[in-house]
Ligand binder design. Structure first.
Ligand code: PMP
Length: 404
């Protein structure tokens, strides 16, 4: 086993070597501009893009004409929210989203608010799930868009997208889904889910960074968008700019591999995730699972270790790449807003760790991680006066701390 261990696959994934192999010719001999219509270099590049578009469309059961290439899910989300808000301004000025969306949805929503758009941020239950009834109740005759994520990037909770899609259709409101963490990991079918717009990114599915897509429904209803970029009119006028052919070819290959291997891969990842969960939670007291017990991404595990500060814990296991819900590096010292939205207290939010198992994670790495986490948590707890007091039976919430 090689150190360091990568267990942060929600953040990004390594490129699959098969993806790199598919991309390489498009940097050198097949370097043409896919928009060059009058020579073989252009045709060759266009062929690469067409194949990729089909591979990506197949993964989500869309038509290849409905795929708009972007630089990543951040851009896709911006295009969906801002593009719809601007295009349908006459129809209405209200958007519904949730409080646990990624910043790439929350921030465009906030920016639209500054321009007079009204946004409802739905709260979630303690598993992090959006209630479809809340979506229904929030809809007004001014609602032009619902934007709810498929799976959360911190806690892995999977939302009832199909139910929300039904409500959106019934009420005639467009439905956007940020599916960045779900596509390629769990089955995604845009027809079944009833989504009209969907964002995702190649670098979360073992493809290259810098390329993503927005699915834009063409029929029933035909979705229209005001583009963010004006220019050569590429991507049906929705996203101008010369296509990054090698990245697109890689994205296509990555999508194809996910489609072919998802069934076996997700079972393997879930088994590793459950092994990690049992190894940690079965051997330690005062550890709490964050997110949904079953409706969660196969590779996601999020645990709070009471009496231990997340960032300190990460420093104690430096040879393992993980992520914490504590944000001590930021100016605010605010812990994860996602965990807070679930009702997790500030202390436990600060003590949370996200484990992201991926395609290349091995059983040996999981076992090593279990062992290191147990040792590191126990070590930090031994040094914690709070933990000592709690063990003596003192209820910490009743302690009156001296002011100085
Ligand atoms: N949405 C979600 C749910 C994500 O997890 C991420 C990436 N962390 C993004 C959007 C942004 O994706 P990208 O980095 O491709 O812009």
């Amino acid at each position: 086993m090689k150190l360091p261990i990568y267990m942060d696959n929600h953040s990004t994934t390594p490129c699959d070597p098969r993806v790199v192999d598919a991309m390489l010719p498009y940097f050198t001999e097949k370097f043409g501009n896919s928009a060059s219509r009058n020579h073989s270099f252009g045709w060759e590049a266009e062929e690469g893009v067409d194949t990729a578009r089909k591979q990506i469309a197949k993964l989500i059961n869309a038509d290849s004409k409905e795929i708009v290439f972007t630089s990543g899910a951040t851009e896709s989300n911006n295009l969906a929210l801002k593009g719809v808000a601007e295009m349908y301004r006459e129809k209405g000025d209200h958007i519904i989203t949730s409080s646990t969306e990624h910043r790439a949805v929350i921030d465009p929503a906030k920016s639209l608010e500054k321009k007079g758009v009204k946004v409802t941020y739905l709260s979630v239950d303690k598993t992090g799930t959006v209630n479809p009834d809340d979506v229904r109740n929030a809809i007004t005759d001014k609602t032009i868009l619902i934007s709810i994520m498929l799976a959360n990037n911190e806690i892995g909770t999977i939302n009832p997208i199909k139910e929300i899609g039904k409500i959106a259709k019934e009420k005639g409101v467009l439905f956007h889904c940020d599916a960045t963490q779900g596509v390629g990991k769990i089955p995604v079918n845009v027809q079944e889910l009833g989504v009209d717009l969907m964002s995702f990114s190649a670098h979360k599915i073992y493809g290259p960074k810098g390329i993503g897509a927005l699915y834009v429904r063409r029929r029933a209803p035909r979705v229209r968008l005001v583009p963010m970029l004006d220019g050569g009119g590429h991507e049906r006028g929705m996203r101008s700019g010369t296509l990054p052919v090698p990245l697109i070819v890689g994205f296509g290959k990555a999508a194809e591999l996910c489609e072919q291997e998802m069934a076996t891969e997700s079972v393997r990842m879930m088994a590793l995730r459950d092994r990690l969960k049992a190894g940690i939670m079965g051997a330690m007291e005062e550890v709490y699972l964050n997110g949904h017990p079953t409706e969660r991404l196969p590779g996601n595990l999020n645990i709070s270790f009471a009496y231990v500060e997340g960032e300190a814990l990460l420093m104690g296991v430096k040879e393992i790449a993980l992520s914490s819900g504590s944000a001590c590096t930021s100016a605010t010292l605010e812990p994860s807003y996602v965990l807070r939205a679930l009702g997790v207290g500030s202390d436990l939010a600060h003590s949370s760790i996200r484990f992201g198992i991926g395609r290349f994670t091995t059983e040996e790495e999981v076992d090593y991680t279990i062992d290191r986490m147990l040792k590191a948590v126990n070590h930090l707890r031994e040094m914690s006066p709070l933990y000592e007091m709690a063990k003596e039976g003192i209820d910490l919430s009743t302690v009156e701390w001296a002011a100085h």
